[in-house]
Design a protein around this ligand. Sequence first.
Ligand code: FES
Length: 155
Amino acid sequence: MSIKEIIRQFKPEHHNLLNIMHALQNSNPGNYLTKEALEETASYLGLTKASVYGVATYYTMFSLEPRGRYIIRVCISPVCEIIKAETIIKHLEKVLGIKTGQTSSDRLFTLELSECLGQCHKAPSMMINDRVHNCLDKNSIEEIIEEYRQMSKSD
Ligand code: FES
């Protein structure tokens, strides 16, 4: 589907801005918002380019740079932090061979941090795209990453 077709699935109303941006980002294999996508959105909604860029840069869930196919967001809010979120992040960095904020060389994974995912009772937690993973430890992290690697081969 083209950028225009994606945008036109929504009514040209300002309150649809975030939904349009999510749809555009999700449809891009690089998991990011292109300059063209943001400018088309601004034009369609009758907003200035500056205001659309402002929204895109305000929310951490949006990226203006190409990212991996799978976006890993590790919760660093208090409950997860107490239950060793730092250990989880360090282990993910080791398994993926990247630092937080980076994308793996095979362009499969981007590692990011997140506020509370609403899973405090099963901390520590992370999301990979739209899927939540809880009660993390070193072993489960390795299994989860391997599962996504295998999934990417079968798609
Ligand atoms: S503090 Fe991590 S899920 Fe709530």
